[in-house]
Design a protein around this ligand. Structure first.
Ligand SMILES: *Cc1c(COP(=O)(O)O)cnc(C)c1O
Length: 466
């Protein structure tokens, strides 16, 4: 009430404030004197005047934050030159952080993507005979070799791969799924809904905690197209729990002449990484005889976003020829990065050394301790109280939910600022830094920062604490 009465009284002053606003031409001219191009100066001037008009009309006054209209226009001009999507320092210790872009790429993958981005490429061109080719040829043999499969197909992501497999192999027929595997992966990928989209009819078998081979056997009938398995990537059931092993399921499917689709999610291909022990190996599902096995490119594989499909030639041929395959096709930058990442897997030792996700997963304690200590020392030098403590982090990305990656972390005392305000300032920084708050402290996990990133994180915190 008081507010509306006040704004009525100020109508004449509001009119004069509006009249005092500069014209677009005038304001843009001032920005151009600062070196801006005509188009960007006019755009920023228009935006600033529009904001100021709104503020005045709403009765907020002409200079809301003590900022002149020219300052405001300059901030619009600056924002036009800055990217929204940009690098962030991840100090959370969550290795495959979906909100922070999942897997950082290996240097070879970055180079490969940049190489094909810069100009033309033989994406769908056979250089030998000089004729049209398939983009799949660049990775097909590699994927087959690494997984032991007969055939391979790569698409946009794993969610797309599962949809394509269900649509190609079971549309118009029944698709059997254990009740323990009707999972939601996140980002609204829910198995029952994906099956519905594929045009297959979902047949649920077993119970939430126990599904036996006999449950599948009873459900198979003349209308059955396939059995689908989905890995409960981001959770585990414990206690009185039973699921059917992939080998037994494939044997049953062979007897009944139906197919098995296995969505393993993360797709562990690496050898010699004990931390991956709990993830289903792609090779195992292929060897068991699944028609199609689907996995992600940017989770524990450590590559770009992609959905990799491996399995039997005839089944993958049906997927390749389905109209959805074109809608879900992988783009050339991802394909280039995927090929380079897969090549690293040819030498397991090189994969562990060069692929950031694998390197972080098995980072030795000594390396983590040294990086945490370097951060602590830099912070204390800068007048910020910090200490090295032990904490544990998760793999993230809906993988290995039980694995606690224990190790040293640098705990920062935010002092009078408070942990929420410090975290807010760091997120607004350049580059932005994302870290976990715990019991009033800010934790910097050295696992997801490299040496350079750790130094930058300490510098950012010293600056933000002032
Ligand atoms: C992550 C995941 C998906 C989705 O993979 P995207 O590559 O993110 O599309 C599907 N199924 C399972 C079991 C997963 O873990």
């Amino acid at each position: 009430m008081a507010r509306s009465a006040g704004s009525k009284a100020s109508d004449p002053s509001r009119r004069s404030e509006l009249a005092a606003l500069p014209s677009v031409e005038e304001l843009a001219g001032r920005l151009r004197d600062g070196g801006a191009s005509h188009a960007l100066a006019v755009r920023a001037a228009r935006a600033a005047i529009a904001v100021r008009r709104e503020e005045i009309s709403a009765g907020g006054g002409g200079e809301l934050h003590g900022e002149t209209i020219e300052d405001l226009a300059r901030s619009f001009l600056r924002a036009a030159g800055e990217l929204n999507l940009r690098p962030v320092l991840n100090a959370t210790g969550v290795i495959v952080h979906t909100n922070l872009g999942r897997a950082p790429l290996a240097a070879a993958a970055i180079d490969a993507a940049a190489g094909v981005a810069r100009g033309y490429s033989n994406l769908e061109y056979e250089l030998g005979p000089g004729r049209r080719g398939s983009r799949q040829t660049h990775v097909e043999a590699l994927v087959r070799e690494l997984t032991g499969s007969e055939a391979a197909l790569v698409v946009n992501n794993c969610a797309g791969a599962v949809l394509l497999a269900a649509a190609s192999l079971a549309a118009g027929r029944e698709l059997i799924v254990s009740r323990g595997q009707l999972v939601e992966i996140g980002g609204s990928f829910r198995v029952p809904e994906v099956v519905a989209q594929s045009g297959a009819r979902l047949v649920e078998v077993g119970t939430t905690n126990r599904t036996r081979l006999a449950d599948y056997e009873r459900a198979i009938g003349p209308e059955t197209g396939a059995i689908m398995r989905a890995h409960p990537s981001n959770f585990r059931t414990v206690g009185f729990v039973e699921e059917v092993e992939v080998e037994a399921l494939c044997e049953l499917a062979r007897d009944k002449r139906i197919l098995v689709v296995d969505d393993v999610g993360s797709g562990a291909l690496a050898e010699g990484v004990p931390e991956l022990g709990d993830e289903p190996a792609v090779r195992r599902s292929v060897a068991a005889g699944c028609a199609v096995v689907c996995f992600s490119g940017d989770k524990l594989l450590g590559g770009p976003q992609a959905g990799v499909m491996v399995g039997e030639r005839a089944a993958l041929e049906r997927c390749r020829n389905h109209p959805l395959a074109r809608a879900l096709r992988i783009d050339k930058l991802s394909l280039a990065a995927l090929e380079a990442t897969l090549r690293l897997y040819l030498d397991p030792e090189a994969a562990r050394r060069e692929i950031p996700v694998l390197r972080m997963l098995s980072a030795p304690e000594s390396e983590l301790a040294a990086r945490a200590e370097a951060m602590r020392a830099a912070l204390v030098d800068g007048g910020v109280d910090a200490r090295v403590i032990r904490s544990s982090a998760k793999v993230g990305g809906g993988a290995l939910p039980l694995l606690e990656l224990e190790g040293p972390v640098c705990a920062v005392d935010p002092d009078a600022l408070g942990v929420d305000e410090l975290a807010r300032r760091l997120r607004a920084g350049d580059p932005p830094l994302v870290a976990r708050a715990r019991e009033g402290w800010l934790l910097l996990d050295p696992r997801t920062l490299d040496d350079e990133g750790a130094q930058a994180a300490a510098d950012l915190i010293v600056a933000a604490s002032r």
